[in-house]
Design a protein around this ligand. Structure first.
Ligand SMILES: [Zn+2]
Length: 490
């Protein structure tokens, strides 16, 4: 066994906030912009004598996500108290699901540069989030707590250790986010802490005498809040495991090498030991006496399943096979559900998916990227874009003017046809008129004409540009090219 044989073995625990109006056990609003400790009540403050009331919407969203991940929904899931003491957890226990979660045994197919990788999903369960501690950084040596987040519905998704590299860990995390947003299960804004990651990292170091694979002790890296930090932390941790193992392999002969919890210092790019991992019995789990178990009606589960839309992966493949789009374009157009819906609407209206895709990729996505905005904020309906695309297809305006009209539509909100009329942008396709533009260009650029005739083929493009300019950009480009070639050839 050499260092090269060591196989990275990674599982990921992902926490995400569900998209509910209110918290998991009380009517307090879930807000991210509120004054600290303004969205709290006796229930989420853990006052004596209060009772939790389960948020049905949260359960539904959790089940929707579990179903989209291909999980089975057992006939019974129960709630448990997980005890620990921490200032951001006023009850001193968290209501979670311990041994009977609401979703088990699914998978997620993740696109990686090396092809699709299937990552098994061990379990999906629902729990409540804790509050936020903020430590005084001006040397005041005190901390303050904001309990607005306490009781926010939190979905935990635990993967199998099926991930074998840092890039794949990142790709998995990104795919999970895309899925949750697609499903409307969560907004997953990383900067708001709506999605957090805990990779479990180890290296497979061969096979034991019993024939079973052996691993370095798992390190669980807590509370990463960006895709980049997931990738960096896994890279760092794998290198650390490898180095320690190679330096002293004899130490790795024990049956149970244990587990440790590590933190991550993003600015330094290093992980550090926090504590050796608690065992489950440290939490003194017991069934939550104030909540009845979750016993889903099968018809209800099927009704939730019916709310699962076509998922990004499948939709991407369909865009390639049904519309003949290149793989890259299909990936861009299906990355967000709103964009995919918008595209399909336009494609259907103009009855030309390839042209619709061209407009989406070149014009719509460019504007969204420039504005860093979502499709909902484009300020244009698919119908309005379809009208513009049709005008270009029919030859009423040329493609470049189409992009100009697109910009004007966004600025004014006016329909394409009206802008074309008002601004006189209609395409000039009359052979006589176009010939006049070409003649003008040839007369004014005798040097370029000589270049072309001398064998510099690139000069044709410059002459094309001059003729188009002479027409105010409105000439039919194919016609310009034809006339130009005829005249130059003669
Ligand atoms: Zn509350």
């Amino acid at each position: 066994m050499t260092a090269a044989d060591l196989l990275p073995t990674i599982g990921l625990e992902v926490h995400m906030h569900l998209k509910t109006r209110t918290k998991l056990f009380c009517g307090c609003p879930v807000r991210y912009d509120a004054r600290p400790n303004s969205c709290v009540c006796p229930v989420c403050l853990g006052m004596p004598g209060v009772l939790p009331v389960m948020n049905g919407r949260a359960v539904e969203l959790a089940v929707r996500m579990a179903l989209a991940l291909g999980c089975a929904i057992p006939d019974l899931a129960k709630w448990d108290r997980k005890h620990y003491y921490y200032p951001d957890l006023p009850k001193n226990y968290q209501i979670s699901e311990y041994d009977q979660p609401l979703g088990i045994g699914g998978f997620l197919d993740v696109e990686t540069p090396r092809g699709a990788v299937r990552v098994g999903i061990t379990r999906v369960h629902l729990e409540e989030d804790a509050g936020k501690l903020m430590h005084d950084e001006r040397g005041g040596n005190f901390s303050v707590v904001d309990l607005n987040r306490t009781g926010t519905p939190l979905l935990e998704i635990v993967s199998e250790p099926d991930i074998h590299g840092a890039e794949d860990a990142r790709a998995y995390a990104e795919a999970l986010r895309q899925l949750a947003v697609y499903l409307g299960v969560g907004d997953c804004h990383l900067q708001l802490g709506q999605m957090r990651f805990e990779p479990n990292v180890s290296l497979r170091i061969g096979t034991g005498p019993d024939g079973k694979p052996r691993y370095t002790p798992i390190s669980e890296i807590k509370n990463l809040n960006s895709f980049r930090s997931v990738e960096r932390a896994v890279v760092f941790e794998l290198a650390r495991h490898r180095q320690e193992y190679v330096a002293n392999p004899a130490e790795y002969t024990l049956e149970n090498l244990g587990k440790e919890t590590r933190g991550w210092r993003d600015d330094e790019g290093v992980s550090f030991l926090q504590r050796s991992k608690e065992e489950a019995h440290d939490y003194r789990y017991f069934p939550e006496p104030d909540l009845v178990p979750f016993v889903p009606d099968r018809a209800w589960v099927e009704a939730v399943r019916a709310t699962v839309p076509e998922l990004p992966q499948g939709r991407r493949r369909r865009f390639i096979s049904e519309y003949g789009l290149p793989e890259y374009d299909a990936g861009v157009l299906t990355a967000e559900r709103g964009v995919a819906d918008f595209f399909e609407k336009v494609a259907g209206l103009v009855k030309d998916p390839k042209t619709a895709s061209n407009w989406m990729m070149q014009d719509v996505m460019r504007v969204l990227n420039e504005r860093k905005a979502g499709i909902a904020d484009l300020g244009m309906t698919p119908e309005a874009l379809a009208e513009l695309v049709s005008l270009v297809k029919q030859g009423a305006i040329n493609r470049n003017k189409g992009t100009e009209v697109f910009g004007k539509m966004l600025a004014s909100g006016k329909p394409a046809g009206e802008i074309v009329r008002q601004d006189g942008l209609a395409q000039v396709a009359d052979a006589g008129a176009v010939e006049a533009f070409v003649d003008q260009a040839l007369a004014a650029n005798a040097r370029t004409v000589e270049d072309y005739k001398g064998g510099k083929k690139a000069a044709l493009g410059r002459l094309m540009g001059e003729a188009m300019k002479a027409s105010g950009g409105k000439a039919n480009p194919q016609l310009v090219r034809e006339i130009l070639l005829r005249k130059l050839g003669g």
